[in-house]
Design a protein around this ligand. Structure first.
Ligand code: DGT
Ligand code: CA
Ligand code: CA
Length: 586
């Protein structure tokens, strides 16, 4: 179980992601009704800041504590959070449902259909569901609405056909909220000896398709009963003695498998996957005349291993391979050659090199962020505000940056057990130059460069842009290198191998940004950085003290990228870090 969010599950579980989903739905419905865009945006922003928050809000409320200061959440929305935690729903949403059927928000997910068009479809053709849309489009009735036409109708039909081709996936942080609650619920069931959430969740993939939970118990009946009666279950898809499947109200599917204790290790290995890894390991077994399945490793009819995962690996002459590596990306060969890295652990991190404060778009003051980092077990943090070009974030110009440098000097004189480094998250402009002059950058301990614009440049232009930025003598590390947002924005098109090699040559570093919707570098690019000998900085990009919590799940991505503690820049003590920040070449 990755360390993440804990939820109280004895009452009705309300996870942060559930609150986020309600706000998102309110935003959708308000938008379809054509309400004030500011009000719509307020709900959308709230949805985002709540859904992926690193502190469980229901627990805070149950404990009678104040709600934390959250981006975009004033007293009205705080009241709604309280209402949702206490009742599981929200009056405003119910009121909106009476005026608009809930299924109508599904229409917004179809490419090409925005709120205005959904409203038109509803008003003109009474379309409220995807099914009704399909029928109307098939019958050629959509083209008759002013502003739609035959071309739009055809593209709607096309989008409907493609729908379902790529089913929804859940971000790891969101999946963790449901997984951990369900895991502790099942662990409390009489007769249950062990519970593990397996599948892509245990491998800590950045997104999860469904949850695969494994239980060790003698008898399945009572366990399956309790599983299918879980408060959050919406539909029971299958209900058997050893396997059941449900869909939760959030839409997430959960598969439960039950095995006897003596098979637990083999089943763990099987259900953790990946499928490609399993197939490769099974091939090793076959080469030794062994049979490997979820019940054990067998020679003929005799079970020779299977109670622990270690015993399964040992039967095919492999050392234990950590779940995060099980993707058939060379882990089996490396394990055979005893070349597996000793993967980084959350506690290996000593500092954080990418943090914002209230001076720009953060929520907390410099002092609060320093205290938050210290509470998260870190001994240094770099304050790296946005630069002036990023006006939406009130980016710093040289005057404000120099003022912050003075504040940091003063604060460092007072702080104990934590040091604040001076940095900037400087915009990499379209031509690869940096948004602040060298004379200012030279005053800083480190310069974090980031792309926040011109995402669509051609591969050659984008690559040249990054190379020029890295070439700046004050450049230290490239933040969220692909600039993708999971499920929202594709990665920029750049030759990451060339960029990585340029970083190596110039003594620069690449970031693994652990914001739940970024997780950028990707796992394969972390692996590439390691192979090229470029250190990776695992950074929170914290905009509030709660964001330090993301470091623990984000470490999963580093582990998937084969990174050992030594491959990571900020596992160094401050004394060992400082010389690395000084560029060796001018
Ligand atoms: P997901 O749910 O799409 O994020 O990815 P997984 O890896 O959790 O995949 P899932 O839920 O379909 O199956 C869970 C595990 O079960 C998978 O990682 C490996 C194992 N598994 C599933 N189907 C097969 C199969 O056909 N052959 C083998 N060897 N293993 C399988
Ligand atoms: Ca799965
Ligand atoms: Ca599954």
């Amino acid at each position: 179980m990755p360390p993440g969010l804990r939820t109280n599950v004895d009452g009705m579980p309300v996870h942060n992601a559930d609150i986020g989903a309600i706000f998102e739905e309110i935003a959708d419905l308000l938008e379809i009704r054509g309400e004030n865009p500011f009000r719509v945006r307020a709900y959308r922003n709230a949805a985002r800041s709540v859904a992926e928050l690193g502190r469980d809000l229901k627990t805070l409320i149950d404990e009678g504590r104040e709600l934390p200061k959250l981006p975009g959440i004033g007293t009205d929305l705080a009241g709604k959070i309280r209402e949702i935690c206490e009742s599981g729903t929200c009056k405003l949403l119910e009121q909106l449902h009476r005026q608009m059927p809930p299924a109508i928000t599904e229409l917004l997910k179809i490419p090409g259909l925005g709120p205005k068009r959904v409203k038109l479809l509803h008003d003109k053709l009474k379309i409220k569901t995807v099914e009704e849309l399909k029928r109307a489009a098939g019958a050629g009735r959509i083209r008759e609405i002013a502003g739609f036409g035959t071309k739009t109708e055809a593209s709607i039909l096309q989008a409907l056909r493609e729908r379902g081709a790529s089913p929804e996936r859940y971000k790891l942080t969101v999946a963790a909220q449901y997984a951990e609650a369900l895991e502790s619920y099942l662990a409390k069931t009489p007769g249950v000896q062990k519970v593990t959430v397996c599948g892509s969740f245990r491998r800590m993939r950045e997104t999860v398709g469904d949850l695969d939970i494994l239980v060790a118990a003698r008898k399945g009946g009572a366990v399956m009963e309790r599983f299918t009666r879980y408060d959050e279950v919406k539909t029971v898809l299958a209900h058997g003695e050893t396997r059941s499947s449900v869909r939760l109200k959030s839409g997430l599917q959960v598969d439960l498998r039950l095995v006897p204790t003596e098979s637990y290790g083999a089943a763990l290995h099987y259900f953790t996957g990946s499928k490609a890894h399993n197939i490769a390991v099974r091939r090793l077994a076959q080469a030794r005349d062994l049979k490997l399945n979820e019940y054990g490793v067998f020679r003929g009819k005799k079970r020779i291993a299977g109670e622990t995962e270690e015993s399964v690996f040992a039967a095919v002459k492999l050392p234990f391979i950590p779940p995060e590596l099980r993707e058939d990306r060379g882990e089996i060969e490396a394990a055979r050659a005893e070349r597996l890295p000793r993967l980084v652990e959350p506690d290996d991190l000593k500092g954080d090199l990418h943090v914002h404060t209230k001076a720009t778009d953060g929520r907390h003051t410099l002092r609060e962020m320093a205290a938050g980092a210290k509470a998260a077990g870190l001994s240094y943090l770099a304050v790296t505000e946005h630069s002036r070009r990023l006006t939406v974030a009130r980016g710093l110009d040289p005057v404000r940056l120099l003022k912050q440098i003075d504040e940091i000097d003063q604060l460092n004189g007072e702080l104990k057990g934590i040091t604040v480094l001076k940095g900037i998250e400087v915009d990499i402009l379209e031509n690869g130059s940096l948004d602040l002059p060298d004379s200012v950058l030279s005053r800083l301990d480190l310069v974090v460069g980031a792309v926040h614009s011109a995402f669509g440049l051609s591969r050659s232009k984008q690559t040249a842009r990054l190379m020029r930025a890295i070439d700046n003598r004050y450049f230290t590390l490239l933040a969220h290198p692909s600039a993708r947002l999971i499920g929202e924005r594709e990665a920029i098109d750049a030759d990451m191998l060339r960029v990585t090699r340029a970083a190596k040559k110039r003594g620069c570093f690449l970031e693994l940004n652990v914001q739940p919707d970024r997780l950028d570098l990707t796992d394969v690019n972390c692996q590439m950085a390691r192979e090229e000998g470029v250190l990776v900085a695992v950074n929170s990009d914290a905009h509030s003290t709660y964001d330090f919590a993301h470091l623990r799940l984000g470490i999963g991505q580093a582990r998937r990228g084969w990174l050992a503690a030594d491959d990571i820049l900020n596992t160094r003590t401050l004394a060992r870090l400082r010389p690395l920040l000084k560029r060796t070449m001018g």
